[in-house]
Design a protein around this ligand. Structure first.
Ligand code: FES
Length: 289
């Protein structure tokens, strides 16, 4: 079987990209100027500029790539390489709500895989696919540093913690029906395009949104409290290796090192040639020497 030249796709974009309408271009030029002013070198502004073009169309189109390249004096290949490296940039038109289910290890075993399978079935879409009404795009996401609230679902990068298949189903039903949903923590939910503009570095002007961003949640702070001695557990588990049972309070018998005294295997002092005169550093002796 022969294949004509026209049948062969090398996966390359068809150029040139359609330019933005003049009014859109003027607005983006003004925004880009503001972004560029934050950086000593213009190419450092590429990531926020990609968010900026994403805020215009909801994804990084070929037009957006050409705009970034022209603005930063880069090639479209360079811009494409960056935009395809980072998972926060979408390369095709998608839904109003990007529903990302963390299926990284911890979330997966805590129920993330079950949530993803349930949503896939409920919405009738697969990974990176959008519902027919254009409302929801479902996707696997990697760890979002919220493992202490696993399993985590993110909608337009806002956290919905400790989800179950049932709560996640209710969440997407509410999104599709246009009902208000509140993230578990952080700023209120906004549209994907508005989120992209905030990620480009423009202020979130919704009343109370910045204040709501807050800090880490209680589950994230437990370790810090333990390290500061503010939340030492009342009962202490003593390993059988710690010795024979002893009278009196355990703390009077066995010194329990504080977290700052307790070295991890990475922190423990290593035997080096400097601390081990029996085995000085230097070239290995040849046999017979
Ligand atoms: S594994 Fe899901 S947030 Fe870390």
């Amino acid at each position: 079987m022969t294949t004509s030249r026209q049948d062969v796709s090398l996966g390359m974009p068809q150029l040139p990209a359609t330019p933005y309408p003049a009014e859109v271009r003027a607005r983006l030029d003004a925004d880009a100027e503001e972004v560029l002013a934050r950086y000593p070198g213009s190419r450092s502004a590429l990531l926020p500029l990609l968010h900026l073009v994403q805020s215009e169309e909801g994804y990084v189109s070929r037009t957006g790539i050409a705009f970034c390249a022209e603005t930063l004096d880069l090639t479209t290949a360079e811009v494409t390489a960056v935009s395809t490296f980072y998972s926060m940039y979408r390369r095709r038109p998608s839904g109003d709500y990007q529903v990302g289910v963390c299926t990284n290890t911890l979330c997966a075993v805590m129920g993330g895989d079950a949530i993803f399978d349930t949503l896939k079935e409920h919405l009738g879409v697969g990974n990176n696919e959008t519902t027919e009404d254009g409302k929801v795009t479902l996707e696997h996401i990697e760890c979002n540093a919220a493992c202490d609230f696993a399993p985590v679902v993110m909608v337009n990068w806002e956290f919905f913690d400790n989800q179950t298949p049932e709560s996640a189903t209710q969440l997407v039903d509410d999104l599709i029906a246009g009902r208000t949903v509140e993230p578990t923590r952080g700023a209120p939910l906004c549209s994907y395009k508005d989120t992209a503009r905030i990620l480009a570095g423009f202020p979130d002007e919704r009343p109370g949104a910045v204040e709501a961003t807050g800090g880490a949640g209680p589950a994230s702070l437990i370790g810090l409290k333990l390290a500061k001695g503010e939340a030492l557990p009342k009962a202490r588990v003593v390993s059988p290796r710690a010795g024979q049972p002893q009278d009196g309070p355990p703390d009077a018998q066995v010194h329990d090192p504080s977290p700052t005294e307790r070295l991890s295997s990475h922190d423990a002092p290593q035997q080096t040639s400097a601390s081990d005169p029996e085995h000085p550093a230097g070239p290995a002796a040849e046999e017979g020497e």
